[in-house]
Ligand binder design. Structure first.
Ligand SMILES: Nc1ncnc2c1ncn2[C@@H]1O[C@H](COP(=O)(O)OP(=O)(O)OP(=O)(O)O)[C@@H](O)[C@H]1O
Length: 282
């Protein structure tokens, strides 16, 4: 089996603004984030906080309004349309929300993989796995499945096929938007096992999710809040993140007690810890 090489993703002051008629929506307002090659990361956070926008930028489907985003060797803000197309075709696999959006309904599972590989240039073909091996990577190694069309598969199998199609070109980065929503417990575990297998083979995996268990399995969670990185979780421990401008998002349970506008006295103690003490309102 050919191991794919994980891709590094770096965001510096990343801003994205949807420009609508008459007004703008600032979806990302300065994301600073480093994802190492071969890492597995869950992007979590409240609805509307900017997770899907961040994923679309990493996929090269959108280009930054300001700031810097590098995906492997690609500088996404500066890349031409042709470069972004190359990046999407070879380096990044994307699983869109809803398995069927990623699949051609009239082709069998095996032919869906072969179709996804058909645009790979000749000099990169030797890096590709045979369709049956791509299916095996996500645990779909029964010949019944290879010959089935998407509608004939169970929901969990269909979602794993969507992961296989995204992995067909042996990309170094796999992006997935809500990959386990609408699945029952067993199907969800099968899909997560597929992500783990893909990640073990070397690919960087980034998934947007509302499911805390997905975060726990991937190992690192990055919480997006109001268009920025608000917090990080590593193996079950939560951390606030200091942004480049010094801003820190307070954890939601503390924010419930400390109303906006509260004056905080912040001091460093002799033992190196930091104390924040409410001292009235502004
Ligand atoms: N195509 C669009 N046009 C205009 N505004 C948009 C568009 N897509 C997203 N937004 C806005 O950008 C902000 C961030 O949205 P985004 O979908 O990235 O958040 P999210 O965290 O993925 O939300 P959810 O968890 O609900 O999918 C929101 O205010 C949203 O309304």
């Amino acid at each position: 089996m050919t191991d794919s090489k994980g891709i590094r993703v770096t965001c510096r002051g990343l801003v994205y603004i949807y420009r609508l008629e008459g007004y703008d929506v600032v979806a990302l307002s300065g994301v600073d984030l480093d994802i190492e090659p071969g890492e597995a990361v869950a992007l979590v956070g409240p609805s509307g906080s900017g997770k899907s926008t961040l994923l679309s930028l990493m996929a090269g489907l959108l280009q930054p309004s300001a700031g810097r985003l590098t995906v492997g060797e690609h500088d996404v803000a500066k890349a031409s349309d042709a470069e972004l197309q190359r990046m999407r075709g070879l380096d990044v696999g994307v699983v869109l929300q809803g398995a069927s959006r990623n699949l051609l309904p009239y082709l069998t599972a095996e032919k869906n993989i072969a179709f996804a590989q058909s645009d790979v240039p000749r000099h990169r073909r030797s890096e590709l796995l045979a369709p049956a091996d791509v299916l095996a990577l996500v645990g779909l190694d029964e010949s019944r499945i290879a010959r089935s069309k998407p509608a004939e598969l169970a929901p969990g199998e269909r979602q794993r096929l969507a992961v296989a199609v995204a992995m067909a070109t042996n990309p170094g980065l796999l992006l997935a938007d809500e990959p386990t929503s609408q699945l029952d417990h067993d199907a969800r575990d099968e899909v997560l096992a597929a992500f783990t297998a893909v990640n073990r083979a070397g690919t960087t995996v980034i998934a947007v999710t509302h499911d805390p268990d997905v975060g726990a399995i991937l190992g690192r969670t990055v919480t997006i809040r109001d268009g920025r990185v608000g917090a990080e979780g590593r193996h079950g421990q939560d951390f606030a993140v200091v942004a480049r401008d010094g801003a820190v998002h307070l954890p939601p349970d503390i924010l419930r007690e400390v109303v906006p506008g509260t004056l905080l006295r912040v001091e460093m103690l002799d033992d190196g810890s930091i104390r924040m003490e409410p001292a009235g309102t502004a």
